[in-house]
Ligand binder design. Structure first.
Ligand code: ZN
Length: 139
């Protein structure tokens, strides 16, 4: 079961520069910064209500975010939906015939396990399924 929106990923060229804009808009003071090696990205995230906004910038030209920005420019990149059991969800979505970019979950930001569904399967919306890594309870 996909129980909530965990975060919205925004593709940016430079996370540090974009942070200034979003600091002004949302007037937050706490944010989290990390490099996600598996995705070759730098992520700066902050919370708006229960939802994280993740400013995601490429750390390498071969990053899929770099290719996205080159093709489509900066902007909303993906919406991440949280589940308590990513393996069950991937099995269920695969059985529906959806195209999974990551058939096996990979490490993401905030120590989560993540997987992307191919936007060709989902009306052009890049959807991420994520599970907090310390929660392994079944639904
Ligand atoms: Zn994400």
């Amino acid at each position: 079961m996909l129980k909530s929106i965990n975060h919205i990923g925004i593709a940016v060229k430079n996370a540090e520069e974009s942070l200034k804009t979003f600091l002004d808009i949302f007037q937050f003071s706490q944010y989290h910064r990390e490099i996600v090696e598996s995705q070759k990205v730098e992520v700066i995230s902050f919370k708006v209500g229960d939802v994280l906004i993740e400013l995601t910038a490429p750390t390498d030209e071969s990053s899929t975010i770099a290719k996205f920005i080159e093709k489509r420019g900066e902007g909303i990149h993906h919406i991440a939906f949280e589940t308590g059991s990513i393996n069950n969800e991937l099995e269920r979505l695969s059985a529906l015939g959806l195209n999974l970019i990551n058939p096996v979950a990979v490490p993401g930001a905030h120590e989560m396990l993540i997987s992307f569904l191919h936007p060709k399967s989902t009306n052009g919306v890049l959807m991420e399924i994520c599970q907090k890594n310390h929660e392994f309870q079944e639904e």
